[in-house]
Design a protein around this ligand. Structure first.
Ligand code: 6GU
Length: 222
């Protein structure tokens, strides 16, 4: 899978060299390319934004600059993700879907967002364009959101995760989450005992206990 991001802050993505994602790149499982939006801006000022039509606060990122940056990297096979707090909420199901893609391009908007015609234009070209948000809060820009998505998507690619059993176990659960509480040694820590059933070796009882705990926790955290 090829993952690309267009941003005015390429350095944000330096952390993708770390840990599992760094290894996945070295192993050739994924390829990451980060593009500096400003390289596609014109004029002395290299400006990437302008005032909004209709007035109002803030600045809007220019369609011409985004078009120049995206044209050379998009094809009919691309998944274009436009990051915006107004987008569709990212979740595990969307991560699963996107983990099948050949190429994902993340357009990281700043300011008040990107001129809406960018979405319209690439959709009209037959490219899959999704406006995506990672949650109900406002960030300064799409960079961190793109990294969240990259981490969630790439760990679903076979070979990326160190321990494939973690993925298999997650997939038993409808939402893909391990919701029951976990414990490791020692069996007593600061006077708190690990639940006895987990020491019993009775796998049926353990599975039942975990299911009950998962439901309880899900209700508590709603
Ligand atoms: Cl994708 N962008 C911004 N700026 N804020 C967000 C977001 C994205 N998702 C949640 N909040």
């Amino acid at each position: 899978m090829k993952l690309e991001a267009v941003t005015i802050f390429p350095e944000y993505f330096d952390s993708l060299k770390l840990s599992l994602l760094g290894k996945a790149q070295s192993a050739g499982l994924i390829e990451i390319a980060i593009h500096d939006l400003r390289a596609f801006a014109d004029g002395n000022h290299k400006s990437v934004d302008d005032t909004p039509y209709g007035g109002g606060a803030g600045m809007v990122m220019k369609a011409e600059v985004w078009g120049a940056a995206l044209d050379p990297i998009l094809s009919s096979k691309s998944e274009l993700i436009i990051l915006t707090p107004a987008g569709k909420k990212f979740n595990q199901a969307m991560a699963q879907e996107l983990s099948q893609a050949e190429q994902i391009v993340f357009a990281c908007g700043r300011y008040e967002g990107i001129d809406s015609r960018v979405t319209d234009h690439y959709r009209a070209q037959g490219i899959s364009v999704r406006e995506v948000s990672i949650g109900d809060y406002v960030l300064g820009g799409g960079e961190v959101a793109a990294m969240v998505m990259i981490e969630a998507i790439t760990r679903l690619i076979p070979g990326v995760l160190g321990n494939p059993e973690s993925l298999a176990e997650e997939s038993h659960n409808e939402d893909g989450f391990l919701e029951y509480p976990n414990y490791t040694k020692p069996a007593n820590w600061r006077g708190i005992e690990v639940p006895e059933v987990l020491l019993s070796g009775n796998h049926g009882e353990i599975a039942k206990w975990r299911a009950t705990q998962a439901i309880k926790r899900a209700q508590e955290n709603q």
